[in-house]
Design a protein around this ligand. Structure first.
Ligand code: FAD
Length: 425
């Protein structure tokens, strides 16, 4: 029994899982869950909505279904964290004091870093972005429908220069759109370009090779080292910064370079009929402005400073982080939240008893990489980049595209996800 005050910031996949786990384990603790939204969004369903496979309603449930009895649900956003004083400030200017803090705010979509771009534009002027929101995913579907209905033209698919949640999603959107273009029977009337900020399309080497080969086979022009910097919706033009020494073009399709006009040395303008925008991402601003943000290393100023194995804050031992907000080389999936939640639970309880932290997160993450409508690859990996890493389905060779993996994405993952929220899995 304890009377410790525990504050959980954010009640998405990670925060809700922690609220359920901690309330079950801790008798007498005062647990506050700070979550402004009434609705829980199943974000892994958004790619299926944007691809026209799912109805948006299928992705929403009331948060009230998941908040455990006995947890104080604070229905407003946090606006500041004072880690020295152990205080969280809320939008209405009130303050929550804590003994232990779990930061689970998810990440922030930084559309504003692309000049001219705003999430409100998604669905108009040929702009799609699966990440924006459930409305954005639905309007992305509409924008793709509208593009296909014109019978031809050019689609630009982009990727972000920062870590993103579900790193496969920009690729999945390309693949499901390709399926739809192929179904028109006149695929060659459509040009599809994938604009990547670096050499790689995915962190796992075998997945990267697979996707590159598949893009080449399916007539996608891969253009590497291009970062989206601005968009002119009225003109349907996108501006890219060329961020590498050499551009790697590989395609057996003719490259229509003439459509790219050089403006100065490092900027290119590309016309499009449809563009899929993937914004830069970071921890939310109020976390970035707090003592808890990484001060050095690759996550400096952008992501929460935790030990990637114990999930404990590197400077404030009473603080733990979980989910998309943390600075880690991989992760940012609901599958990683599932792996992290028992680690945070065990280590936070040990910290409360001043015991050594018993649990370690091995970086597990997974992503059913949709490679077309009706097929997917099961991709699982951890910090050690090992393909043979604890496969959940040892009977499926992850390198085989399969309908089974698609069915997992389409039917099986959502119930498993809700079990994580409920603290079961
Ligand atoms: P979230 O679930 O985003 O929750 C964060 C919560 O914090 C939200 O409820 C928000 O309201 C709240 N919050 C934000 N700011 C504040 C504040 N100031 N104060 C209080 N609360 C705040 N994962 C997979 O495993 N497989 C997939 O196939 C997959 N596909 C995806 C496809 C798309 C298009 C997207 C967008 C995501 C996908 N994901 C997938 C990723 C998965 O959804 C996230 O990794 C997961 O939701 C992370 O959980 P989280 O709790 O860290 O963040």
């Amino acid at each position: 029994s304890t009377n410790a005050r525990i504050v959980i910031l954010g009640g998405g996949a990670a925060g809700m899982a922690m609220a359920n786990r901690l309330s079950r384990r801790l008798d007498g603790a005062r647990i506050s869950l700070v979550e402004p939204r009434e609705i829980h969004h199943y974000q892994p369903g958004w790619t299926l909505v944007a691809s026209g496979v799912w109805n948006p309603d299928k992705t929403m449930r009331p948060n009230a279904n998941f908040v455990p009895a006995g947890v104080d649900w604070v229905r407003q956003p946090a606006v500041g964290i004072d880690a020295e004083q152990r205080r969280v400030s809320l939008a209405d200017a009130s303050v929550l004091e804590y003994d232990y803090l779990v930061v689970a705010t998810g990440l922030q979509l930084n559309y504003h870093l692309i000049d001219g771009m705003s999430p409100d534009l998604v669905g108009s002027h040929g702009i799609g972005s699966v990440y924006a929101s459930i409305e954005g995913a639905t309007r992305t579907r509409d924008a793709i429908d509208a593009w296909i209905a014109t019978g031809g033209g050019k689609g630009l698919f982009t990727a972000a220069p920062t870590p993103v949640k579900c790193a496969g999603a920009p690729l999945k959107m390309t693949f499901t759109t390709l399926s739809r273009l192929e179904d028109t029977g006149h695929r060659d009337d459509f040009q599809v370009d994938f604009m990547a900020p670096g050499d790689a399309l995915f962190s796992q080497p075998w997945v990267n090779d697979f996707v590159k080969q598949r893009f080449d086979d399916q007539g996608v022009n891969r253009r590497h080292h291009y970062r989206l910097t601005a968009i002119d919706p009225g003109a349907r033009q996108a501006e890219f910064a060329f961020v590498g020494p050499d551009s790697e073009f590989t395609s057996h399709h003719e490259l229509r370079e003439a459509e790219f006009s050089q403006e100065g040395e490092r900027t290119v303008i590309a016309d499009y009929d449809f563009i899929h925008v993937v914004p830069p991402m970071s921890a939310p601003d109020f976390v970035r402005e707090s003592d808890l943000i990484a001060r050095e290393g690759p996550f400096r100023g952008e992501w929460l400073d935790v030990d990637i194995h114990t999930m404990q804050h590197n400077r404030y031992p009473e603080v733990f982080g979980i989910g998309d907000v943390i600075g880690a080389p991989i992760n940012k999936t609901a599958a990683s939240v599932k792996a992290q939640a028992p680690v945070v639970e065990a280590n936070l309880l040990a910290q409360m008893q001043e015991q050594p932290l018993p649990a370690r997160h091995n970086g597990y993450t997974s992503c059913p990489m949709i490679t077309g409508i009706g097929k997917a690859l099961l991709v699982e990996f951890g910090y050690d980049n090992n393909l043979d890493f604890l496969p959940s389905f040892p009977f499926i060779d992850p390198r085989d595209e399969s309908w089974v993996a698609w069915v997992m994405k389409d039917r099986m993952l959502q119930p498993a996800y809700y079990a994580v929220l409920e603290g079961q899995a």
